[in-house]
Ligand binder design. Sequence first.
Ligand code: GLU
Length: 308
Amino acid sequence: MINTIDYHHIFSEIASEFKEVDDLGAIANYIPELGKVDPTKLGVHLTTVDNQHYAFGDADEPFSIQSVAKVLSLTLALKIMGGDLWNRVGVEPSGSPFNSLVQLEYEKGIPRNPFINAGAIVICDILVTCLDDPKNDLLAFIRKISGIDSINYSSKVAESEKKCGYRNYALVNLMKDFGNIHNDVDIVLDLYFYLCSIEMTCKELTNAFMFLASGGMNPIINERVISLTRTKRINSVMLTCGFYDEAGEFAFRVGLPGKSGVGGGIVAIHPGKFCIAVWSPKLNAKGNSYKGMKVLEALTTKTKCSIF
Ligand code: GLU
């Protein structure tokens, strides 16, 4: 099945079609450093589970992966803490913007899922508790599961976000009040901002996320990252919660589990077949890459291949 799809041909069709598509999105300039990115960038990289690569555009250019990184911090926290983690963060779509405070008040400081900001901050709190050197240990984990030692944080982006992360400060303080943050709020948020500042290329992202396409094992570097059952759990949370309050729309149009970030990146998984990363910085009104979503919709339409 994998080799019967002519990805080369499909990618050249998509690349030429998308030259004509107007980008109606807007760059996320609420984090000043992100506002400096060239808005015309478009990169796509697909890696199959048997290590075939297909790409076009700016697929080898590093960008700020932002919330896409929340899948990797969740993976590490699950490895360390196991299923008890779900007592502190739920697995339901929020139906609210990623940085909303309202639901958190009603639900007594337990975030709906690990991908909205509040949930990812709780995951950072767990990592601060469990790791000796949280920033370096998290980075070492991501380098190990991707097999790429050059992956790094951007302190410029992290510090830029720290200066204007008022909502994230509000979220962490509210959860601290409810008893769902166990460490110093500044230490937890520092890890959170650094997590969001990680820079990777589309190609590197497919390496790092490949384990989710192949039952928890990264076949490219022969490394088991997590169990099959936990792979299922992570993919299912990506499907239902990976796109802010547009997860239904993404499942409807694209039909793959995935995760987006306000840097304009999206990673999507076809379990058993491939991992794909797309980057186009301008975002739609819900905070997802405008062109990125359209490219992925075109891919699953042309290949006639989604999980449904
Ligand atoms: N660092 C961003 C924030 O906290 C992440 C947002 C995102 O990519 O969803 O606002």
